[in-house]
Design a protein. Sequence first.
Length: 540
Amino acid sequence: MDSTGHLRRRRTRKIAKSVEQLHEKEFKIHRSISLLREYTQSSTIHGIQHIFREGESWRHSITWAVLWVLSTSGAAYMMHDCWSSYVSHPIAIAITDTQHPLREVWFPAVAFCPSNKIMLQPANEYLSRHVKDKQILNTSAIMDFYNALSMLQYPIYVQMQHFLKNCDELLPQLAHINLTDLMYHALPKCNELFTHCYWKGVKANCCSEIFSLQRSEEGFCYAFNSLTSESVNKSCKYFDAHNKIYKGCKLEKLTSQGPSTGLEVYFKSTDPRQYPSVDFTAGPKLKVQVFHPNEFPEPGMFNLIPVNGNNKLNVEIKPTVTESTENIKSLEIKVRACVFKEEVKTSMMTGSYSQRSCQMECRMAYMLRKCYCLPYYFNRLGRESAPVCSSVQLPCILNASSDLRSFKPPEGFKSFLPTESNQPLRCSHCSPTCNEVTYDVQLDATKDLHHSNGRHRNFDGYIDVYYGAPGAVMYTRDLTYNFIQLLVDFGGIGSLFLGGSILSLMEVVYWFTKAAISFLWPTDPVMQKKINSKQPFLKK
């Protein structure tokens, strides 16, 4: 009898507990719904009060529900469009000045490279002093060797293949020859190329005041106003596009425009029968290039001008300045697709960062890893311990040439093909600079009939480098959207479509949070007593 009573009491308690849980759940749901209904009757978001208004017909509620959904969809669409613009196109570049003062822009560097970079007589004289077997100077193989050295320039290393194959037996005999000294002694001398020079209309000595030796991936050249030339103090470091420059540097500026106001150079030719040389351009020519003072001449971008027949080359320069605001620093580098110079390591070659110098240094580092040496024209630039490639290492440069012509693109650039991301030459860290100066060049080659009968007659060509406009064009790179602008746009859209604000959003969060808390943790003591009063099975 006692066991039967015990089982009955256990069953009674289970039933009572189930009823209690049922009533508590009903209370939770009822409480949460009451709170949400209270919110709908006082919501500051337009339309919600009409949907849930008590006493209205179902047609009234459905109509306002449809209108509210359409308005919400329109607001969501426009907000998504703003967000996409904020994420995908955060930066805009606009022209801010078409007459930026020339006095705030450095005059560009100008390089002149002779196409006949090896004069045979001085080259043979140099080799005769350093080789034991003088007979090799009379063989056809020595000419193939000279031809290969003439092709030792980026990006045409591959053209050395034929000549290296013809002189492969000669290369070990010349392994001890310092190719830097050989190419320097074989180079046409400055006074053999230039007769008269003028800067800002004032005559100057071409070789002592205007030009200095310039190393480039095309070989040895002569350059004006270049911070990478041999005559520049190595403590000189050009900083950025805002004319910040350290002591020891000397750069020229030009504030006037038009022909004969900048750099004027008169040059002459040498008789190839009297002074034979290695040349692949069908007659001696000068290669001319305009480039940034803190960079090296860009290989393969020179313009040829024949050194005969009173040829004249007008080089009209139009500088362009691009500046970036401090606002874009908040973006990641791969998003803004440019770097500030203080964010990256200073170039060992130029003392200041630029994308071109970074890519050049990257190529040199790759060649150093592959061939354990550098070409003769870069043996002393930032890598004092790097040996100069000797004659027996020229085939190694040839084999590495295919890898040097393409590199992995910088991160964040989507215009490249996917296959280009697998290039062996890893230069993806070489991003463009956010502040930079570029020089657009327009060339006009004619016959010089004026100067040939005027102040100078003992020359064969004339080059005039000058500004073509009284001012530079300035672009400013800035944020299209910042977070405040995005927030204002979101607020305007929400107010237009729904009449809401930030407080309206906080109101939604507040009431739904309150309803959730009421459902999970009911704390109303009056309602709790009502629940307990409905549980007769709990009474003893």
